[in-house]
Write a protein that binds this ligand. Structure first.
Ligand SMILES: CC(C)(COP(=O)(O)OP(=O)(O)OC[C@H]1O[C@@H](n2cnc3c(N)ncnc32)[C@H](O)[C@@H]1OP(=O)(O)O)[C@@H](O)C(=O)NCCC(=O)NCCS
Length: 189
């Protein structure tokens, strides 16, 4: 699904075809995909189909993650959207490792939650994260996600570390807004 968020947010924007080359390049970096899994596992035709689906499927919204200066550093998604239940799964990957630990992931997650709850009216966002991905868990907890279950890794993550299921609820999120708004105004490191 295409949702134009560009004029509303600083750290996420609409994906565009010119982003594909960088995202595909980062997908070949084992250090990046160790925690997030690979997006482009198939041949060129399958990879193109995955990208096209991301841009057009009404049950998915893809985003570019960018620096405050608009430099592409990663991608994110609200996927498996169930419009009737108001739920979606969040994923994020900062592929440009030079920008890890500078606050961009946290800021992007906050903005993704703004889109989810305030822009498109979802009520619950969940995610799955490897239990040893402490940096990501820290980012999610700061954004109000709570651990709710442990899961066996399946699909493209099968056989790897267990996953933690985390969730964020719209009514709890709204109480975090004031804290978040102050923090978002401080410059990234
Ligand atoms: C996970 C990811 C999105 C986080 O984004 P980021 O911009 O690097 O994270 P931020 O700088 O916003 O925040 C990182 C936080 O984790 C903390 N942290 C870093 N390494 C840590 C570790 N080993 N253990 C605990 N906390 C850690 C930082 O101190 C910071 O917390 P603070 O703001 O309270 O100081 C990004 O690193 C990434 O894409 N990694 C590779 C793919 C991935 O793991 N995706 C998530 C899959 S579920």
């Amino acid at each position: 699904m295409v949702l134009d968020v560009s004029s509303h947010y600083r750290y996420i924007r609409k994906l565009q075809d010119s982003d594909l080359a960088s995202i595909a390049l980062w997908d070949r970096d084992d250090e990046v995909t160790l925690f997030s899994g690979k997006k482009f596992g198939g041949d060129a035709v399958m990879n193109a189909a995955w990208w096209r689906d991301l841009l057009t499927n009404p049950l998915r919204i893809g985003f570019a993650v960018q620096t405050v200066n608009g430099v592409l550093i990663g991608d994110a998604e609200l996927e498996h959207i169930t419009w009737r239940n108001g739920e979606a799964e969040l994923r994020i990957s900062i592929g440009d490792k030079r920008h890890w630990n500078q606050g961009y992931g946290s800021r992007a997650v906050w903005e993704l939650l703004d889109v989810a709850y305030e822009r498109i009216g979802l009520q619950r966002i969940y995610l799955r994260v490897k239990k040893d991905n402490q940096r990501a868990i820290r980012v999610y907890e700061k954004s109000g996600f709570k651990k709710v279950a442990m899961l066996c890794a399946t699909g493209h993550l099968a056989g790897e570390s267990e996953l933690v299921l985390m969730e964020s609820l719209a009514y709890q999120y709204s109480t975090l807004r004031a804290l978040r708004d102050n923090w978002m105004l401080t410059p990234s490191k």
